[in-house]
Write a protein that binds this ligand. Sequence first.
Ligand SMILES: Nc1nc2c(ncn2[C@@H]2O[C@H](COP(=O)(O)OP(=O)(O)OP(=O)(O)O)[C@@H](O)[C@H]2O)c(=O)[nH]1
Ligand SMILES: [Mg+2]
Ligand SMILES: [Zn+2]
Length: 334
Amino acid sequence: MSIFDWGWSSAWTERFSSHRLAGLAPARVVDGSRGVYELETDSGRVRGELAGRLEYAVDSPLELPVAGDWVAVTPTEPALIVHVVERQSLFTRVQEGGQRQALAANIDVAFLVRGLDGDWNPARLDRYLALAMEAGVQPVIVLNKRDLCAESAARHAVASALAPTVLLSGTLDDLAPLLGSFVKPGQTAALFGSSGVGKSTIVNALLREQTQAIGETVCQHTTTSRTLLRLPQGWLLLDMPGLRAVGIGGAVADAFADVAQLASSCRFSDCSHEGEPGCAVANAIAPERLANFRKLQREAAYQHRREDSSAARAEKERWKQIHAAMKKMPKKGR
Ligand SMILES: Nc1nc2c(ncn2[C@@H]2O[C@H](COP(=O)(O)OP(=O)(O)OP(=O)(O)O)[C@@H](O)[C@H]2O)c(=O)[nH]1
Ligand SMILES: [Mg+2]
Ligand SMILES: [Zn+2]
């Protein structure tokens, strides 16, 4: 196995060339959820730790390695992670306190998994779609547990209007062709969704070929760490713990492409779609969906202001320190 089996390509070779010259090796973070890092390298699986210089150099925890990242490591045991290679995508969510958390990096396809046994809540799908859009990652809605739902066809129709959608059963269906058609060999997909929707069941079904071959039994429990797995089908899949709070920080308009498109036909160009005459949006979009659109827009705008003001505060603090340091410097010519 080489790093090419873990999604490496010539594009990454280019981004990595300066690190190579510095004697560092590329590695992919396959599990980074507990402060210790599991890395996949050209010499196999190794354990990694953060180099002090990386830990102290970052301005935000978002810059620290997360599952899916490509990193530059020292050829030591354990490997020291010195750099995070510039990401091609970063999946984040806003936590309850307003802090942004990195969930996964360098994801090509986001499977947004919903269990059809629970409450059918399309508003929650909008949230996940906004996460994917903000990360710039192709979303695919996965409606799981079709065997437990009598209205699966109707729900499939609702979801299909939002994004490409697959209806399946993780316990009954042959998943490789159903999900594999969205991911090319060498690409990385990740499973996002609430706890219990069946993410790990899907992973285990896709791995079955492999796990049966080595006689492993798969136990079922709540996933607590993020793990990137290599599937027999040649693509990579990241199993994620269930998400409870899914706060969003942007990309609402992208998640509501239907609203954005209709808005161009409203009579007034600054139409707020709140009862103005000639509003194309209010005519065509269900009131609940429109209400959710507004709610998410307010939430994203609030987060935007919060991040703006905290960035401004950090910048002010930085200059204060620079000025203080300058005052301490000996004056020229004295
Ligand atoms: N009937 C039925 N049960 C399913 C299906 N898919 C998953 N399940 C069951 O749903 C339960 C939860 O599945 P998991 O795969 O552990 O869910 P998860 O999304 O990984 O949950 P977390 O790791 O907690 O986030 C298990 O008991 C599965 O057997 C399905 O298609 N049909
Ligand atoms: Mg799980
Ligand atoms: Zn309007």
